[in-house]
Each structure stands twice: as structure tokens, then as C-alpha cells.
Design a protein around this ligand. Structure first.
Ligand SMILES: C[S@@+](CC[C@H](N)C(=O)[O-])C[C@H]1O[C@@H](n2cnc3c(N)ncnc32)[C@H](O)[C@@H]1O
Length: 252
């Protein structure tokens, strides 16, 4: 398997999330003066570290299954002087037990649903039930969740699960969270710019690999294929159709 540069070298977050939006959701969580913060599917932990910087009395727990990302998260924590206030653990987030004062779940709700390989509709209800169980009333959740921005087209669904009902609209998502013990403080949607920046993190890895290796390298064909698959899937497929909602929620 060819070794590509790590995604965290090209992306700040492993989701379509601008600096401006990140600052906004961090401020929302920190305003509750949390003591215990959980990030499920934390990746390399950038968002959790920013919450801890903004909430000086908080300690954090980041859970993920990807040890490479967790190593990067622990290194970042130490570099930022947060090593004593945060723990990044390789654990299934389904095992997390609350209560936490603040939780973030961004692009990670598939944790509670069917395996993505099974190509089934996203199980919003399972995720929201599990997330609500982690918070007391008044606890805060930043929930970054997949939605349809526009009615799905065959080109958009083909590289995803191939289903028109894999996701719901923002309006339906708001109804769903309200039906699972949350009140909506704010509901936004990632912009196309945020999506382009996110997907470009992947294209950058392929581009740099191709620039660093001669065309006759034995792994060149595979990298070109992978790049072409991603470009067709996004630029020719779900761009502008697959969306990501950012909901600022309080448990009620
Ligand atoms: C799309 S990424 C989002 C990462 C991060 N929240 C961010 O926005 O930068 C989803 C993350 O969930 C993690 N993940 C998937 N299944 C998991 C599970 N059962 N328990 C914990 N983490 C899981 C993946 O390894 C991946 O890092």
C-alpha cells in the first residue's frame, strides 16, 4: 500500500470545518464552563484541544479507533501544554459512559449505526439516543452531521451508499434532534468552500505523492486511480449535494 502524507498535514480538521465555524462551536461549548468534555471520533483531536484552551477548568477525553490519529493528538496536546488535561484513548466510543458537561460528535455518528460497508441509511436515532445518554439536562452537544443539501442525484449517491434515503434534510434533522431530548441553540450548514477545502486535503495527498515519485514508480498507477476515484466521487458526484449540518444543542 503506497504511503501518502498524513491527512493532518493538509487539513486542520477531518471535516468541512472553517476556522470561523470552529471558533463559534468552541465558544458555544466553553460558555457552559464545562469540567468534563468528551469528543467521540476525535481524530487528531484539534477541536477538543481548542475547547480545553477556551475552557480552563475542563479536562477532556478523546476517543477514536485510529491509533495513528491518536498519536498525533497526544503530540499536539503536549506541544500546547495540555498533556495533563486531556486523554486520547483508542476505544470504541460506544463504550463511553457519562455524564459529561459537553460533548462533540462531528462526522462520527456512524459509530452507533450500521457499518458504512453495509450501505444502509444513517441511523440518526441511534446516535442521538446514545449522545443524549452522555449528558445531563443543560449539557451541551456540538453535533456535526451528514444531510442532503439538495435532493440527491444518481451521480451523488453512486459513490456513497447508492441510496436516496441515506441522509435527511436539515429541516428533518432539526425535528429528529428535538425528538431525542435536545433543544436547538443554533443550526448551520457547512459551506461549499468548507467542503472544497476538506476534499482538497485528500487531493493534496495524491498530488504531492505524484510530484515526489517518478511516473514509472510501481505504485503510481494505484495512486492515480485513487485520485481519479476521489475526484469523480466528489467533483463529479456529491459536491453540493451531500452536506454537513453543525448543530449547537442543549440537553433538555
Ligand atoms: C470523519 S472522522 C471525524 C474526525 C473528527 N471528529 C473531526 O471532525 O476532525 C470520523 C472519526 O470517527 C472515528 N471512529 C469511527 N468509528 C469509531 C468508533 N466506533 N469509536 C470511536 N471512533 C470511531 C474514525 O476513526 C474517525 O477518526
Amino acid at each position: 500500500m503506497p504511503t501518502l502524507t498524513q491527512l493532518h498535514e493538509h487539513l486542520t480538521f477531518l471535516s468541512p470545518l472553517s476556522e470561523e465555524r470552529a471558533a463559534r462551536v468552541v465558544a458555544f461549548l466553553a460558555a457552559g464552563d464545562p469540567r468534563a468534555v468528551l469528543d467521540v471520533g476525535c481524530g487528531w483531536g484539534e477541536l477538543l484541544l481548542r475547547v480545553l484552551e477556551a475552557a480552563p477548568r475542563a479536562t477532556g477525553l478523546g476517543l477514536d479507533l485510529d491509533e495513528t490519529s491518536l498519536v498525533a493528538a497526544r503530540e499536539r496536546a503536549v506541544r500546547r501544554g495540555l498533556g495533563e488535561r486531556v486523554s486520547f484513548e483508542m476505544r470504541d466510543a460506544r463504550e463511553a459512559t457519562g455524564p459529561f458537561d459537553a460533548v462533540t460528535c462531528i462526522g462520527a455518528s456512524q459509530i452507533w449505526g450500521p457499518d458504512t460497508e453495509e450501505a444502509l441509511p444513517l441511523d440518526y436515532s441511534a446516535a442521538l439516543t446514545a449522545l443524549r445518554a452522555l449528558l445531563p439536562r443543560g449539557g451541551r452537544l456540538v453535533y456535526g452531521e451528514g444531510i442532503w443539501s439538495r435532493p440527491p442525484t444518481p451521480e451523488a449517491t453512486a459513490p456513497l451508499a447508492g441510496l436516496d434515503d441515506e441522509y435527511v434534510t436539515l429541516g428533518r434533522l432539526v425535528e429528529l434532534v428535538e425528538g431525542h431530548g435536545f433543544a436547538v441553540v443554533a443550526a448551520h450548514e457547512a459551506s461549499l468552500d468548507e467542503w472544497d477545502a476538506f476534499e482538497s486535503g485528500f487531493t493534496a495527498g495524491y498530488a504531492h505523492w505524484l510530484a515526489d515519485h517518478a511516473p514509472e514508480h510501481p505504485e503510481s498507477a494505484e495512486i492515480r486511480q485513487r485520485a481519479a476515484r476521489q475526484h469523480t466521487a466528489y467533483f463529479g458526484g456529491y459536491r453540493g449535494v451531500l452536506g454537513l449540518a453543525y448543530l449547537e444543542l442543549v440537553a433538555v
